[in-house]
Structure formats: structure tokens, C-alpha cells
Design a protein around this ligand. Structure first.
Ligand SMILES: [Zn+2]
Length: 153
């Protein structure tokens, strides 16, 4: 009933010829909306796996936050219910210090960056600093901003 060598797309239900290198896994045709649907489905599959559900908020991450706290005891005077909030407080409390050090740069935008509480930015900074726990998270942010600005010139 299927035309030889063809397959029905899960999204648009049209027949298509799967890519020869990806014959086993391909379930969608190459139309843009079907490629999008395919990406969405694989992302949902990935997030649905139990080992991936703790990827961002799991025990490992909590462990890193605790290790970071231990290495930076001065930043943790305030008690906080969640590690996430505590980290955010840390970021904000470090801003004042760094801002003084960077006062010569009048257009310094780090405070705005952190105040925006953009989850992508904060999450990214957590990942980046995970690579080097001793690294000062604000110092790292500052260097990234300086590099980013240099690249935009
Ligand atoms: Zn399709």
C-alpha cells in the first residue's frame, strides 16, 4: 500500500522518500513545518526521559551550588529557601563590588543584565561557572560582556 521506498510523514501525512543515511529514524518529510514538528517531538522525547528531567534542577546541580557556597562562604550570610534564589542573591550582591571595580566603564551593563533575571542568561552563567567553580561568576560575566562588545565593534 505504500509506494516502494516511501513513507508517510507523521505531520502532514504525505508520502515522502526518506533520506538514505537516516532511513531508520526519519519519520517526517522535509517541509519546513514538518522539520519543525520533528524537532519538537525529539525535544519532548528527550525531556520525557527520566534521566533528563533532572538535567537543569537536579541533585547534581544542587551539589554544585552547595560546593560553590562552600568555596565562597562570604556570599552566603543570608539564609535562602532555594539554591536558585541564593544564587541570584549572590549575583546581585556581587554586582555592587564589581561595579566599583569597573567604574571606569561608564556603560557597564552587568547590573541591568542580572536585574533583568533573564532565565537564559542566569542559566547560562550557572552552566559556564560550573566548569570552574572557583571562578567568580560576576567576573566571568564581565569578561563575556567585554568579549561580546569587542566582537560587535
Ligand atoms: Zn510532512
Amino acid at each position: 500500500m505504500y509506494p516502494i521506498g516511501q513513507r508517510k510523514c507523521l505531520q502532514c501525512a504525505e508520502f515522502y522518500r526518506p533520506d538514505s543515511r537516516n532511513r531508520k529514524r526519519q519519520k517526517y518529510c522535509r517541509r519546513p513545518e514538518c522539520v519543525r514538528a520533528s524537532k519538537g517531538a525529539s525535544q519532548r522525547r528527550w525531556l520525557g526521559k527520566p534521566e533528563n528531567q533532572d538535567y537543569f534542577n537536579g541533585a547534581e546541580n544542587g551539589e554544585r551550588v552547595r560546593a560553590w557556597r562552600k568555596a565562597h562562604p562570604g556570599y552566603w550570610r543570608k539564609k535562602s529557601a532555594e539554591p536558585g534564589n541564593a544564587l541570584q542573591e549572590t549575583l546581585i550582591s556581587q554586582v555592587a563590588q564589581v561595579k566599583q571595580e569597573a567604574a571606569q566603564d561608564g556603560a557597564f551593563a552587568l547590573q541591568d543584565l542580572l536585574r533583568s533575571q533573564d532565565p537564559l542568561t542566569l542559566g547560562l552563567m550557572m552552566r559556564v561557572t560550573d566548569l570552574a567553580l572557583q571562578e567568580d561568576i560576576v567576573g566571568m560575566t564581565q569578561r563575556l560582556i567585554i568579549q561580546g562588545r569587542a566582537a560587535m565593534r
